[in-house]
Design a protein around this ligand. Structure first.
Ligand code: M7G
Length: 327
């Protein structure tokens, strides 16, 4: 169990609010002003559809327009933090809903600072972003090494998301103040920082990503034994940095790569064990420890093996597998 100091993440480490509506923008610019308070760009947001929502997860993914541009807005209620309980109980208003014998239910109206909603904005959003966030049926695809060469590789070369945001991080044009650890070595180096899915308020849902400095490794499929020093370096130094910063030992971490990823620039996910991060299921996540061992026993493992992954119904790649008679 993480102790309460480790459960809480210090205010200086907490994320800044969304500072700009434009992500993945054409000029590749990074963050603007450092002021945590910002103009409410969302006051102009016009919702056109709810892409998906979950009462259980308390999330809503919206498609709409922001100043005439297509945008995706993701709203997510944040967890209740143990260190805020005293203030929550003393500072709130309580409205009774019902009382019956030993049972009573209330609506607790918390002070504004406890009512924050984590908000992510993608603007301008592409058609591919809308598909990514739309709830859809998935199909498991079986991809041989040859399928990768003939179907997947040509498709991702033309159709994948921009990785400008990744280059902005590597070049310190964005999120520089969020970096938790960096090894600047051009071959074995990487940048470790909080994933934008994590609000950094509590370690229960810790989520960091390690982005490699090398720019020509697209995914798991490109890895060979030549990359072992890089992978071992990320594994070792990433775990050490997380222990130091968040007091979370390696035995509490799930360290993995996605296949297929959304962004084809090699990165490794570090999440807290027990937190069901989106995409941590066996059909998409490959433990870094297994990847290392597989490459140690067969240098060409990921070039030759059949890999399985889910694709959404209207993913163009799924269409290509169907056209090729592979589904
Ligand atoms: P992925 O496996 O390529 O795709 O992981 P996924 O989004 O389908 O999981 C990319 C990871 O990078 C995800 O965990 C994203 O939440 C995270 N991510 C994406 N963007 C655009 C950013 C960003 O701008 N900043 C940060 N810090 N993380 C991001």
């Amino acid at each position: 169990m993480a102790d309460s100091a480790a459960k809480r993440v210090g205010a200086d480490e907490s994320t800044q609010r969304v500072k700009r509506a434009k992500a993945d923008n054409e000029n590749g610019g990074g963050e603007g002003a450092k002021d945590p308070e910002c103009e409410n760009v969302l006051s102009e947001f016009k919702t056109s559809t709810v892409l998906s929502d979950s009462a259980r997860e308390k999330t809503m993914f919206l498609h709409g327009k922001l100043a005439d541009q297509e945008a995706v807005v993701i709203l997510e209620k944040t967890p209740i933090r143990e260190d805020s309980l005293a203030e929550l109980f003393t500072g709130s208003r309580l409205k009774l809903e019902m009382r019956n014998d030993i049972y009573s239910t209330y609506r607790l109206q918390a002070p504004p600072q406890f009512n924050e909603i984590k908000t992510t904005v993608v603007c301008p959003a592409t058609e591919k972003h809308l598909k990514k966030y739309q709830r859809q049926e998935s199909f498991l695809v079986e991809e041989t090494g040859e399928d990768y060469q003939s179907i997947t590789s040509p498709y991702i070369q033309k159709q994948s998301f921009s990785v400008q945001w990744v280059y902005n991080i590597l070049e310190k044009k964005a999120e520089a103040e969020r970096i938790v650890y960096e090894d600047p070595d051009p071959e074995a180096g990487f940048v470790l920082l909080p994933d934008f899915k994590w609000d950094q308020k509590q370690v229960d849902d810790l989520y960091l990503i390690a982005i490699v400095h090398q720019r020509d490794i697209r995914s798991l499929r490109d890895l060979t034994s030549e990359h072992l020093p890089l992978l071992q370096n990320i594994f070792q130094k990433g775990k050490e940095a997380i222990l130091q910063r968040y007091n979370l030992p390696a035995s509490k971490l799930r360290v993995y790569l996605h296949y297929q990823p959304s962004y084809y620039h090699l990165h490794v996910h570090f999440t807290k064990l027990g937190y069901e991060a989106p995409g941590c299921g066996v059909e998409r996540a490959h433990l870094l420890a297994d990847v290392i061992q597989n490459l140690q026993s067969d240098p060409q493992y990921y070039k030759t093996r059949t890999l399985y992954f889910p694709l959404r119904a209207d993913d163009g790649l799924l269409g290509k597998f169907k056209e090729a008679g592979r589904l």
